[in-house]
Design a protein around this ligand. Sequence first.
Ligand SMILES: O=C(O)CCC(=O)C(=O)O
Length: 273
Amino acid sequence: MTGVLSPAQVAHFEDEGYLCPVRALSAAEAQLYRRRIEDFEQRTGEEVNKRLKIKAHLAFPWLVDLARHPRIVSAVQDIIGPDVLLFGSSAFAKNARDPRFVSWHQDSAYYGLDPHEEVTVWLALSRANALSGCMKVIPRSHRGPDLVHEETYDTHNLLARGQKVTVDESLAVEMPLEPGEFSMHHERTVHGSPANMSDDRRIGIAFFYMPAHACSTLGRRSALLVAGEDRHGHWDKDPEPKFDLDPDSLAFMESVWATYRDEATTRQSARIA
Ligand SMILES: O=C(O)CCC(=O)C(=O)O
């Protein structure tokens, strides 16, 4: 235990498959990161959702630092142990009054990890609540079966392939967050989020952490060591950006995103799930 999460919080995560809220940043710090993302959008004329996917941290050194934020990493260590790799990160932004949503899904069906011990930290850079379309989870679904996903490619769905599962929504629990707070969910926990009906954007960054002993079931891939040691060598090293929008790490980020969106990866992943 590093002391960021209490034993009761760790037990809640293990039993229920999620935890929220935990504070990482002050509201002012969260606002600063939001501004950096919105500056990037203004400079490129491109919404953050478009390219900052799967390995968003390879776009900016400050996003690598955020992925290594001591409070976030310590909370993750409390759950998965001392040696932690960052497998990926994604921006999830919904504009004010935005119909886009995230369908119910299990990350484990697509991540290709064995064992299933990945933990996602979703860090709010603006208010995420019922009105703005915060994430919802189905408690204890991480203890249930691997579910079959239908790929809808719905244009209003923020997921790459619009993958969805059918759930009993009456069981869902919301994970509201203030700016600077984060939630945590297990890769097998079914989760999703509705449209943003508020007058502000809902912006968050999801960081995908796994213990260094986790293997890739989709061939050799890369990750970033964020804490402890990697004594296993299952993963190549992510090319860290040397400066904002470093073309070398950006090219790598885009090639990983293209592979992730590729249907062949799904089929392979689905066989294993
Ligand atoms: O941003 C959202 O609403 C969903 C994010 C998500 O699916 C995830 O972090 O795994």
